[in-house]
Design a protein around this ligand. Sequence first.
Ligand code: TXA
Ligand code: MG
Length: 326
Amino acid sequence: MDGKSTPPPTLDDALAALRRGEPIGLPTETVYGLAADAHNPAAVRRIYELKGRPSDHPLIVHVADALAASRWAGDWPQAAEALAEAFWPGPLTLILPRAANVPDEVTGGQDTVGLRVPAHPVAQALLRAFEGGVAAPSANRFGHISPTTAQHVRDEFGDAVPVVLDGGECEIGLESTIVDLSGETPRILRPGKISRPEIEAIIGPVAEGAAGDSPRASGTLASHYAPRAQVEVLARAPLVARYKELQKRGQRVAALLRGQPFKDIEGEVLPADLAGYGHALYAALRRLDARGFEVLLAELPPHTAAWAAVNDRLRRASAPRDADGT
Ligand code: TXA
Ligand code: MG
């Protein structure tokens, strides 16, 4: 690929690709999405093919505003209206009963649909011009780390996804908070920047984690969001001890520290504040992976509600993997 002589794709290129049924790389404020026309089943099937993702995993439909979102839902309860009013456009996904015309390819055959109104100006411009919904999972191969730059998307898919809109680095850097409003009690299925207390301030008490009978959702698989290297999460003092021990054994080990560097410890230092840390985390994991480290020791973040999304992603990154790496 000769990236230098080809001009970067424009919004019109992206719209034309969507209308032809081809997935595109789309920046959002959380992570980049692999977006396709949600009313085109063949285009949505192509997303699953490209990602190598099982086709019973549902996708989020992205639309320009809450009114458009309500048309994809079979029911639009007061809680949806209140959360949309408070947090859209923004990093929140609502799970609602699906409207009758939502393709099975989008919902993974379930009777619910995930809906989000992204805030990123490029995503907003695209959705307004497209006038439909785009189904978009994170633009990574199944089980990989979500992309937070256009280059990450190109690294994942190469020529198979020629149109990647470049919206710069994703500001938030962690996937959206998912709130399931389809059951009796609202439930947070995936923590994100919008925290549980912020949700509860709008709609009252919510449950957390997947319900026992809930559908399979890839973001809820234990080992999702994993770099190639093995990840361990430790407080600073045990981290330093473990680093030295692994180094002595000849392992290629790096640390992902928070706030302060540590003498003779190699790796990356992420900002101490939550916004800076979330923004930088996935890119740092990708860089350390690219350097070929076998083990990454991540410094344990604070255990507060605000840091729940970071703790969740580090826990998944450190979970034992299946033999196939997913
Ligand atoms: O921030 C985000 O949400 C990003 C950007 C691109 O918008 N998207 C994203 O999509 O993270 P994805 O597919 O990587 O993760 C979406 C999660 C998956 O775990 C999926 O199973 C779950 O949302 N999901 C989607 N629709 C659902 C539904 N109807 N019921 C339960 N879970 C659902
Ligand atoms: Mg994903």
